[in-house]
Design a protein around this ligand. Structure first.
Ligand SMILES: NC(=O)c1ccc[n+]([C@@H]2O[C@H](COP(=O)([O-])OP(=O)(O)OC[C@H]3O[C@@H](n4cnc5c(N)ncnc54)[C@H](O)[C@@H]3O)[C@@H](O)[C@H]2O)c1
Length: 310
């Protein structure tokens, strides 16, 4: 049994990760300031003897004793990370410094939840880990993209300078139960609009593509990455390679919910990438991992969740 710290553990991905770690027999400490996460996401875990929940903001130092750290704290959707962009950068950068400092003191392995957004609006498709990205450093998404890029820099400097055991995961679009209903992300948006019988809003002409990874698949990859030998640092892309246009996604949601909503089109937001697909060859070879959940199956679970919470 390991003592495992999950920052951002009350969020969408974090809550599934805590659940998985408990099932694997670990002692889990979940740290969250409830900025976008909530206790509701952890109702099934609160009260379990090997689960502990602590309200804390990672921009402040944390003194606890653990063997492994998963650093997930950071609002992930544009509506939330752009609401207070300075705090977003602080969470990524100061949060990384604080968690890396903690890992250094404890000689713990630390995993960073980085993002495909480090590739910005890429000139190459699909993106391999060796691609350096094309990020606008002064745009409205920069607080998140550059914050995450700086966190990666810090991880690799701690690795080179202090021999810290690091793992950097570049997560692509992930979806599933416990996504925030109002976070403006495409999967939750479409499902919520369909279930409320509202029109479904597409930005641009809906031909931009995304690939969507179901949360259980992603959590499996994070756990496998943490278990890799010390020389495996990443960055490693994690996502699903099945590429769909936003329009196809909207149509799947309509089909699975049985909603009669109309599709309506609005202008594309600034710096919105036109295509986003992971190259997961590295994850396949180093983790022996492959996403297994089909989009339709994952959407069914997610729709069932939103039916309950709405
Ligand atoms: N969901 C995705 O598709 C996706 C894609 C790429 C990367 N990621 C990364 O994965 C991680 C989790 O994302 P998510 O989708 O679960 O988002 P989320 O917003 O549901 O979870 C983030 C959690 O971090 C907490 N948090 C925010 N600021 C904090 C702070 N200063 N101190 C402590 N806790 C804080 C929030 O309250 C929330 O519980 C994030 O780091 C995100 O950048 C997610």
């Amino acid at each position: 049994m390991n003592k495992v710290l999950v920052t951002g553990g009350a969020g969408f991905i974090g809550s599934h990760l805590c659940e998985r770690l408990l099932k694997l027999g670990h002692d889990v400490l979940c740290v969250d300031n409830f900025y976008t996460g909530s206790k509701a996401n952890l109702l099934a875990l609160i009260g379990q003897p090997f689960f502990e929940l602590m309200r804390h903001d990672v921009t402040f130092p944390l003194y606890v004793e653990v063997d492994q750290i998963y650093n997930l704290a950071c609002p992930a959707s544009p509506v939330h990370y752009q609401f207070d962009p300075v705090q977003t950068t602080k969470t990524s950068v100061h949060g990384a410094i604080n968690m890396l400092g903690l890992a250094k003191r404890l000689k713990a392995t630390i995993l960073q939840a980085s993002t495909s957004e480090v590739y910005g609006d890429p000139e190459v498709h699909p993106q391999q880990e060796s691609y350096w990205g094309r990020v606008n450093p002064i745009g409205p998404r920069a607080c998140y993209d550059e914050g995450k890029r700086c966190a990666e820099t810090l991880f690799f400097d701690y690795y080179r300078q202090h021999n810290l055991r690091i793992k950097v995961a570049r997560i692509f679009n992930t979806y599933g139960p416990r996504m925030h209903p109002n976070d403006g992300r495409v999967v939750s948006n479409f499902i919520v609009q369909a279930l409320r019988g509202e029109d479904i809003t597409l930005y641009g002409d809906g031909s931009q593509t995304r690939s969507f990874c179901y949360v259980d698949d992603l959590v499996e990859a994070l756990v496998r990455l943490m278990a890799t030998p010390a020389e495996v640092t990443g960055p490693v892309n994690l996502g699903n390679t099945g590429e769909f246009t936003i329009r196809q996604l909207a149509e799947a949601v309509l089909r699975l919910t049985g909603a009669k909503s109309k599709l309506i089109f609005k202008p594309l937001p600034q710096d919105d990438p036109k295509q986003r697909q992971p190259d997961i060859a590295l994850a396949r070879s180093t983790l022996g991992w492959e996403p297994e959940v089909k989009l339709e199956d994952g959407l069914r679970e997610t729709i069932a969740y939103f039916r309950k919470v709405l």
